[in-house]
Design a protein around this ligand. Sequence first.
Ligand code: HEM
Length: 347
Amino acid sequence: MNPASLIPLAEPVPIHWAWFDVLLIVTLTAHLIFMNALVGSAVIGLTRTLRGRGTVIREVGKKLPPLLALTINMGVAPLLFLQVNYGHFDYVSSVLMGGWWLAVIAALMFSYYGFYIYKFRYDRMGDSMRTALFATSILGLLYVGWMFSNNMTIMLRPEIWSRYFTAGGAFLNWSDPVIYPRFLHFMVGAVAVGGLFVALLGGFRANQDMIDTGMIWFTRGTLVNLAVGIWFLISLPQDILLAFMGRNIPATATLVASLVAAAFMLAAGFRKEPKKAAIWAVITVFIMVCTRHWLRTLFLAPWYSMESTPITGRYGSFFLFLGFLVVGLAAVAYMISLYFKSRQGRA
Ligand code: HEM
């Protein structure tokens, strides 16, 4: 079977596709930053508790329900933009994953309730029950992340789609050598940025132990992630690896820029400057997301090019979107200012 025959036709888009790519990259950056703070700080809190040093878990445990809500909210926007430009790949991979993909909703609700119960019933639970609840809630998050990595890699490989017929239904991307370093790269990055979140939280609480612990996880996690990143790079198909090694100048420049930003981030980490490190972390994640975007473009190149997307040129809905975006952002800014003026916010 010719895999190309399995790719649905691209739907026309109302405005130039680049708008959706930019919005996808920007909103995915926000999603990943919240996801990193969520997964990373939870893993650090749990590890400290298992080692018998348990105060970090209580502090981060209070922040996990809102962080999970923000991660989900910030995930909706890139999901929509992804479906606009790459729906004919992403819808297919979602369908091919079937129940594995649908179970993401159940896993998210499980983790959400778990973190809520941890926060609000903390004093009414025994130590082992608390730790078990916390650990299984983290497993729920890891399941969700793993499913996203599966979806985002199956969509890039139409040549494996026909497996659906031989595997007897829904399948995951276990046989892809790229998915393991890719997922690990996201998770180790999450632990590093989670460390930075713990350090920033420690700064607000004037808790030196949290600052020190967080910065150690941040710097060591980033160093480990450099090694995982190299593994990720060399696991890529040769033509894509070569594209990042100079054959495709913009892709190579993006990768180099992300590494330079990571070096600045790491330097701020070693100097124990959490706020500067946080600014560099946002810049690094943004450029890494751009690099990841190049990866998708290169993977899809044999099958599809965005340049061939039909554009209808109807700007009405776009202006409506921009209008709501501005009004929405103003409303959010107003709500945040009210929160900080309130007693709870000041405390
Ligand atoms: C809270 C648990 C979550 C975790 C741990 C998580 C983790 C991840 C990870 C690791 C990736 C990158 C996967 C890869 O490229 O290999 C990713 C991408 C993504 N996530 Fe999440 N995610 C979570 C929740 C969500 C939710 C609830 C949504 C949507 C409502 C969402 C939307 C997205 C989208 C759209 C992408 C990919 C965008 C793109 O390819 O451009 N995520 N997420």
